[in-house]
Write a protein that binds this ligand. Structure first.
Ligand SMILES: Nc1nc2c(ncn2[C@@H]2O[C@H](COP(=O)(O)O[C@H]3[C@@H](O)[C@H](n4cnc5c(=O)[nH]c(N)nc54)O[C@@H]3COP(=O)(O)O)[C@@H](O)[C@H]2O)c(=O)[nH]1
Length: 900
């Protein structure tokens, strides 16, 4: 992938055909977790249908068996009863015959003699005469009268051969009486023969093995009263049973509420019915057990099936879910990878003979990968990487892919890829392990890299010049020191401050200043070696770092000289040619310091020393730091001097500040018309200190504002004192420095001073330099207008040294231009200075301003100025700055010489 050589036009991504909803539904229905429960449901339904069918069949069979058994029991019981009743009837007939043959009293003995007497234990036989008296019985205890017995009345009142069966009666010895009528020879009623039978006799054939514990065997009369009935071991009688139909098997709950298959059949010869019953629960018990078995079997089968199906379905569902997730993931991956700005390479591992990875087969790629490689997807899929992207084998990429495939740990890296014929691109790859291979996600990070580079560059370079900034210089200085320490070499460091830059910046505006800085930066850069560093430190400060100095470190002097010269070359900015120079402070490692901070501090100190001479360079010397300290001491002294002067009760003697006044004279008349107030500082230890030494410091520290106010007040007071002394009126001018001029309350302070001293505003003039005005032109003009409105006049000091916009000059509310003494000093010899002086005079006059020349020391200078129509002059030629008393003398002299 390092060199993706083959070209091909990028193709749009192929879309996977989407299945219709019906096809998806059908497909889903075929899933095991859906089809299996459906199938199982059918199976369960079949199982239960079969089970109920079997149960139904069993029930029918069981009921039929019960019916058959009931019928069979009835047949058997009827036969038994027929035999029993036949025996009873035979006994009755035999007794009747014996009575008719032997008479009632001899009948029984005659039968006994013949051995025909029935066993007394079973049958109790008795013979009753026509009055109801029992005449004979066996066993013989039977006596008494039965005239009230139902059977006696039945036979007495009814002629015929119909036998009678009584209800069952008798407490401890219950019995049923069978009877027949006895007629005498004439056919009249002669009595009754009876056979009393224990009711248990009729149910003795009850077999528990056949009829169960709740079967029924019984005999009832046609009158519906039970003569004998046995259920299990219990024999009873006397109940009523309603038997509607005979020989029909019904389910009934006779006698005891037990549900039985019941059937009844009339018995021949007697008004009796044989009654049999088989307990329904007992008859159906096997069936019911079987039914339970069936149900249990079906339930167990169902439960097992449900369990199996649930497990299989759950498993299948999970499987389907996993497959669906996988499919969704694949679809998502496909969609995401197609929409992605990253290139995706899905690679299958080709194992090598040694168990390692010998190659990768490209399973699939996305559109972005097509674009990146320039190879169509169709051509790449299924092909080995060694064939499609052969150059990747020679790079670390293959090892990276192999490592991920082997140890399963994702890796990422960035690399610069050659993608001919396009430009090289920065790519980022993330390789993640997947089943059977790896996926490489490749992102084009060229833009990000460039942005990072840009940000890094911005963080370490100056916006304007593109040069390294303070932070990068510090890094490089540190590195240079470490290298020099290791190699025993030395390092040079030069702090550079442009001289005169402020004038350009303030005068021509910031754009011009910026342009100047760029040009100067380029020029300085051209003087350096490749591994030297030129940094911009801010403002008009630059630093040159010269690492790897070998031999005599002072050999850098020619290079510094070259830089200095390059800076002083004129530069054209904003259509004007300007010229600046530079002051350089130079230090050497290790001589002037062993760490970056010390070196930079000392270079700064050296630069300040160089600044005193301007346009020069200065190697650091240890005493320079002393001058910094000296500066601090001076500042402290300045502060206390000011405090003393501002003390309310301060008289001249306590105040270290004083004012000298330099006269200004009219060039034509020679008349003294004004003075310039100039401050002096009489230091208690250092004596008289020039304003050149402390005004700059006061500016830097801000002390110039209160000092300036003191000057204005003192000058105004002095001018008013001269007036009060009756001396000719003159104007007093005060210098207002840049910081003072910018101060918001300047106008207010001046107004206060005028009011407090009583000096008319017209007697005060404020001198401002061009550069002070140009710092903020609009505000300056406003401020000047306010002063003008008050009546205070304004003059531009040092005119010609700055870069005031000539077009702006005409809008300044000023009354005077002051030609700087630098142009005056060489007036006699320099044609340039002459030209400048003449130009300033001409310009001033065109703007209706008066022009004054300062620093006039010689008569030639005065003559030239006078010849060229300059209005006024100031300088040593006429007078040095002098104390106020001297001015008073001058004024007094003037007054005296003037005609009265
Ligand atoms: N903001 C304030 N600045 C002030 C004040 N007092 C002085 N200054 C400024 O300090 C600079 C030095 O001033 P000084 O040493 O007083 O020098 C002045 C003159 O003495 C000098 N001068 C005058 N005539 C001649 C001359 O013929 N030859 C010559 N070599 N020098 C001469 O020039 C200085 C006045 O210059 P300028 O102000 O441009 O008119 C100086 O810049 C002062 O402005 C103060 O109170 N406030």
């Amino acid at each position: 992938m390092d060199t993706l050589v083959e070209q091909g036009s990028p193709r749009p991504a192929r879309k996977q055909p989407r299945r219709s909803p019906l096809a998806r539904w059908l497909g889903r229905a075929l899933d095991t977790h859906i089809s299996l429960p459906l199938f199982a449901l059918l199976l369960v339904a079949g199982l239960w249908i079969a089970t109920f069918h079997m149960i139904d069949a069993d029930e029918r069979s069981a009921r039929k068996s019960a019916h058959d058994a009931t019928r069979e029991l009835l047949d058997t019981y009827e036969a038994q009863m027929a035999r029993s009743l036949s025996g009873i009837d035979q006994t009755l007939r035999m007794l009747k015959y014996a009575v008719e043959v032997h008479g009632p009293n001899e009948a029984l003995p005659a039968l006994a003699a013949k051995g025909l007497m029935p066993p007394g234990l079973v049958f109790q036989v008795a013979i009753t005469d026509d009055t109801g008296r029992v005449v004979a019985s066996n066993p013989g205890s039977g006596t008494g009268n039965v005239v009230r017995a139902a059977w006696f009345a039945f036979h007495r009142d009814r002629d015929g051969d119909t036998p009678f069966v009584s209800t069952t009666y008798g407490g401890d010895e219950p019995h049923v009486v069978f009877s027949r009528r006895i007629n005498d020879a004439d056919g009249r009623f002669a009595g009754v023969t009876t056979v009393a039978v224990d009711p248990a006799y009729f149910t003795s054939s009850y077999e528990q093995s056949r009829q169960g514990k709740h079967g029924l065997l019984g005999v009832a009369g046609m009158d519906t009263l039970v003569r004998a009935a046995r259920v299990g071991e219990h024999v009873s009688w006397g109940q009523r049973v309603a038997i509607d139909r005979h020989d029909v098997i019904t389910l009934a709950t006779h006698l005891d509420g037990e549900l039985r298959y019941t059937s009844a059949r009339p018995l021949n010869g007697f008004p009796l019915v044989a009654l049999v019953g088989l307990s329904e629960p007992e008859q159906m018990a096997d069936y019911r057990q079987q039914r339970r078995n069936w149900l249990l079997g079906a339930s167990v089968g169902t439960a097992l099936l449900v369990m199996v199906v649930t497990l299989v379905s759950a498993w299948s569902w999970q499987l389907a879910k996993a497959r669906r997730r996988e499919r969704l993931a694949q679809e998502t991956y496909a969609a995401a990878s197609e929409a992605s700005l990253d290139a995706f390479f899905v690679l299958r591992t080709v194992p090598g003979p040694d168990g390692g990875v010998s190659d990768f087969v490209i399973e699939t790629i996305n559109t972005r990968a097509e674009q990146l490689t320039g190879l169509p997807k169709a051509r790449m899929e299924g092909k080995p990487m060694s064939v499609m992207l052969p150059t990747y084998l020679g790079t670390g990429i293959f090892d990276d892919l192999s490592a991920v495939a082997t140890d399963g740990k994702a890796r990422e890296a960035e690399w610069l890829a050659h993608l001919p014929p396009g430009p090289d691109r920065w790519l980022h790859r993330q390789v993640v392990p997947v089943e059977g291979g790896v996926v490489a996600i490749v992102r084009d990070i060229t833009e990000r890299k460039l942005t990072e580079q840009r940000i890094r560059h911005l963080a370490h370079h100056d916006d304007l010049t593109g040069l390294p900034n303070r932070s990068l210089l510090r890094d490089r200085l540190g590195q240079a020191i470490r290298d020099a320490e290791r190699k025993g070499g030395s390092v040079g460091l030069a702090f550079i401050d442009l001289d005169g830059f402020k004038l350009v910046n303030d005068g021509l505006g910031h754009n011009a200043g910026d342009e100047l800085l760029k040009v100067v930066g380029e020029r300085m850069g051209r003087c350096l070696r490749r591994n030297d560093t030129l940094a911009r430190f801010g403002g008009d400060e630059f630093v040159i770092l010269l690492p790897d100095l070998t031999g005599d470190p002072m050999a850098i002097t020619p290079l510094l000289e070259k830089v200095r010269t390059a800076v002083t070359e004129p530069v054209e900015v904003e259509g004007q040619e300007v010229q600046v120079s530079c002051s350089m402070g130079v230090v050497l490692y290790p001589r002037d310091g062993e760490d970056a901070n010390t070196l930079m501090m000392n270079a700064d100190a050296a630069m300040y020393r160089a600044k005193e001479n301007k346009n020069s360079f200065q190697f650091y010397a240890s005493e320079m730091n002393a001058s910094v300290e000296e500066k601090l001491v001076l500042l402290e002294g300045l502060r206390s001097a000011l405090d003393a002067c501002l003390e309310p009760g301060c008289r001249g003697g306590d105040c270290q500040f004083s004012l000298l006044y330099q006269p200004k004279v009219d060039l034509r008349t020679g008349r003294l018309f004004g003075v310039e107030a100039l401050i002096r500082w009489n230091h208690p230890e250092h004596g008289m200190i020039s304003p050149l030494r402390f005004i700059g410091l006061a500016e830097e520290s801000g002390l110039i504002v209160p000092i300036g106010e003191w000057v204005v007040r003192t000058a105004c007071a002095q001018a008013q004192a001269w007036r009060a002394a009756g001396l000719p009126p003159l104007t007093v001018s005060v210098n207002v420095s840049a910081r003072q001029f910018e101060e918001k309350r300047l106008v207010e302070r001046i107004a206060d001073a005028l009011r407090d001293t009583g000096l008319p505003p017209e007697a005060l003039e404020v001198e401002v330099t061009e550069s002070s005005i140009m710092r903020d032109l609009a505000r300056s003009v406003d401020k000047m207008r306010e002063l003008e409105a008050m009546g205070v006049s304004l003059s531009i000091d040092d005119f010609g040294t700055g870069y005031s916009s000539l077009s702006a000059l005409k809008s300044f509310p000023i009354s005077r231009l002051k030609i700087d003494k630098s142009f005056v000093s060489d007036l006699a010899h320099s044609a340039d200075d002459q030209a400048i002086a003449m130009a300033v005079i001409s310009l001033g006059h065109k703007l209706n301003l008066r022009v004054i020349a300062e620093g006039v020391e010689t008569e030639q200078q005065r003559d030239f100025l006078r010849a060229n129509d300059c209005d006024e002059m100031q300088g040593y030629l006429f007078s040095r700055p002098v104390p106020a008393a001297r001015i008073a003398e001058m004024l007094a002299t003037t007054l005296a010489s003037e005609p009265a």
